[in-house]
Design a protein around this ligand. Structure first.
Ligand code: ATP
Ligand code: MG
Length: 368
């Protein structure tokens, strides 16, 4: 049977990248999957602390993320929605997997490097940043002693935790944005390697090897630097539109969005990243309007960039209106209900996770 698992970090309110690249896809899978399919969606708070977090803020964001998941349309009766830290088996399996994960493989992953560099931008001093900027393209950030001291072990090894998240639930499919594709490959390799090491003669696989499901909007770009992906952790709030932003905020962030000085609208993600990102956004919020972003851009070719931004803001607001009001209600409504839902999710997740751990503990010689 199919098991769908995915996660999101409580590092802020979800933005359009999270929504189009992940959350909307999760809701679609929920609505279209057969009743036997198990769906799990986790608020991955253990991942969030790989960057410095203010404990009070983190507590707020965990709650905001739960409200966001419900507001976009995930149904806690149909899906298992839970906080990662409330199922201890994640940390346990991570340790076991980390004993067969290769340091070389981990340090070669580019997404990880990009994240380290982002974290540096946020938290670290100017001279550490300098040492990064002096780094050749392909070098590992860990070649610099200053970086080695600043990079924490948890940040280096978080792909192993991500593998544990997925493998605990016998996951067959993981819906994610493109930025996660490399980690998914790592999870697969880790599972295959682990099965190889510990599989017994009997035929049931120890760990299920998961498949990646890329959403159609696999990479939404930042509004302020459109060659980078939109991120919760980008220091600039105007780089992203939150799913809870007001109509006014959506319009003003789009007015400030970086485009280019070419006249009219055309679609070329390489040459016109800002404009193409706006076309993509309109397309993904109104997929009936055209067969592809290219076709949509051709339809809008005579539009001024100002008018393009206006149209994007209009469509995005239409698409988010309902979510925004749901979110408002959940955050101001009965908090006890939110907590009960989270606890119920954790209980259901733990049952599956513990069954996997029994199998794993037995296989490695730690059963009883
Ligand atoms: P952070 O900056 O803290 O890493 P994030 O915005 O990258 O936050 P995550 O919680 O790391 O969000 O990722 C949640 C999901 O959203 C993942 O499936 C990821 O692939 C997807 N996602 C994140 N950013 C984008 C984007 N710009 N376009 C498409 N999908 C995205
Ligand atoms: Mg991320």
């Amino acid at each position: 049977d199919e098991v769908i698992f995915s996660g999101i970090q409580p590092t802020g309110v979800p933005h359009l990248g999270n929504y189009l690249g992940a959350l909307r896809q999760w809701v679609k899978l929920q609505n279209e999957s057969s009743p036997d399919t198990i769906l799990l969606f986790s608020i991955v708070d253990l991942h969030a602390i790989t960057a410095k977090q203010d404990p009070k803020q983190l507590a707020i964001w965990r709650k905001a993320m739960l409200a966001s998941l419900l507001a976009v349309g995930l149904d806690p009766k149909r899906c298992i929605i839970f906080a990662q830290s409330s199922v201890k088996q994640h940390a346990e399996l991570m340790w076991i997997l980390s004993c067969s994960a290769s340091m070389g493989y981990l340090s070669r992953m580019t997404q990880w490097k990009a994240r380290i560099i982002d974290r540096m931008m946020q938290n670290w001093s100017a001279d550490i940043l300098q040492s990064k900027l002096a780094l050749p393209e392909n070098a590992s950030p860990l070649q610099h002693t200053a970086n080695k001291d600043a990079v924490k072990l948890g940040l280096f090894s978080y792909p192993v935790l991500q593998a544990a998240d997925i493998l605990l639930y016998n996951t067959t499919h993981v819906p994610v944005g493109e930025d996660q594709a490399q980690h998914l490959e790592f999870s697969r390799d880790l599972a295959i390697g682990f099965n190889h090491l510990y599989a017994s003669e009997n035929s049931t696989p120890l760990l299920v090897v998961p498949q990646t499901l890329l959403s159609p909007a696999k990479r939404v770009m930042s509004l302020s630097s459109p060659t980078k992906k939109m991120s919760k952790s980008d220091p600039s709030p105007k780089s992203r539109i939150l799913i809870t932003d007001s109509n006014e905020t959506i319009h003003s962030k789009l007015r400030m969005a970086i485009t280019d000085s070419i006249e009219g609208v055309s679609y070329d993600r390489g040459k016109r990243p800002g404009v193409s990102n706006l076309v993509d956004l309109i397309y993904h919020f109104d997929e009936s309007a055209a067969a592809s972003p290219e076709e949509l851009a051709a339809d809008m070719k005579d539009l001024s960039l100002k008018a393009l931004k206006e149209r994007a803001a209009y469509k995005i607001n239409l698409g988010l209106r309902e979510i925004r009001s749901q979110y408002g209600e959940l955050m101001s409504g009965d908090q006890k209900q939110l907590i009960e839902r989270a606890e119920d999710g954790a209980k259901r997740a733990e049952e599956i996770a513990e069954a996997t751990m029994k199998r794993v503990r037995n296989a490695i010689g730690m059963g009883l």
